[in-house]
Design a protein around this ligand. Structure first.
Ligand SMILES: [Zn+2]
Length: 138
């Protein structure tokens, strides 16, 4: 088995990251009351929102290149060179294909980033951000 990695040790890495939104919406089952009135007029906790009155509404807002220009950013301090590459190969019994996860850790850092979020050039990272942003339904 041969596994190709996008980057090698010592390569520069450009990381893309997502921002997420959380805009809870009023529960449509209880209308935001948190309880439901039964026919016999008993009130029970809303089985859809569990009495919270709202429903979670989370999603991806946008993708952007991880900002490593801030002076307090760990990438700014340690550079963005690949220091470690971890490859995880597993197989779910029901699946035909292997599940391959490639993780890159910048030099001197313990945070890793998945291959799907790491790019060799800033241009490639930007193209991917634009592609993912265009596919978002907001
Ligand atoms: Zn409810």
């Amino acid at each position: 088995m041969e596994i190709k990695t996008k980057l090698s040790i010592g390569d520069s890495m450009f990381i893309i990251t997502k921002t997420e939104y959380n805009k809870p919406i009023v529960c449509d089952a209880c209308g935001g009351d948190g309880f439901i009135k039964l026919r016999n007029l008993d009130e029970i906790e809303c089985p859809k929102c569990y009495g919270k009155t709202y429903l979670e509404n989370k999603g991806i807002e946008s993708w952007k290149i991880f900002d490593d220009r801030r002076p307090d950013s760990f990438l700014h301090v340690c550079g963005r060179l690949v220091g470690k590459i971890d490859i995880e190969v597993s197989k779910d019994g029901r699946k035909k294909e292997l599940d391959i996860k490639i993780k890159y850790t910048p030099k001197g850092i313990c945070n890793y980033f998945y291959e799907t979020e790491v790019f060799k050039t800033e241009e490639a990272a930007l193209i991917e951000c634009n592609k993912r942003n265009a596919a978002l339904v907001n």
